[in-house]
Design a protein around this ligand. Structure first.
Ligand code: HEC
Length: 100
């Protein structure tokens, strides 16, 4: 038999999992198979964007999405440590929270 799907594995316990939905997210092994887990944007901002300058340098300005994309790209060239996925998550967050 081929590899079982996540659904097949969880099937018999579906009701239990539904009740324990919070636990499921902690045991999200199925999701992590396809995609690495990206930290929350708030965490990325706190940890990756305050290494060189105060966080207020980021939170004190407003930019549209294109502006944040360009800024985050520039910060990566400056030396910020962000993967492609992390950049996308962070730009979404910045554009919605610190938009014009
Ligand atoms: C490796 C050091 C470094 C890290 C990490 C870093 N920055 Fe910067 N940042 C700089 C430097 C240097 C400047 C001033 C020169 C410039 O603007 O490129 C700056 C300036 C800024 C400015 C003010 C200029 C502008 O375009 O409005 C913003 C906003 C900013 N950074 C956002 C961020 C964000 C968001 C992150 C996290 C993704 C981040 N920075 C991480 C080095 C860094």
């Amino acid at each position: 038999m081929k590899r079982q799907t996540c659904k097949a594995v969880l099937g018999p316990y579906a009701a239990l999992w539904a009740v324990a939905a919070v636990v499921v997210s902690a045991a999200a092994g199925c999701a992590t198979e396809q995609k690495s887990v990206v930290a929350k944007p708030e965490t990325l901002l706190d940890t990756r964007c305050a290494e060189c300058h105060a966080l207020s340098r980021v939170t004190g300005v407003k930019k549209d999405r294109a502006g944040w994309e360009a800024t985050v790209e520039r910060m990566v060239r400056n030396g910020a440590r962000l993967s492609e996925e992390e950049k996308a998550v962070l730009v979404d967050y910045l554009a919605s929270k610190y938009g014009p």
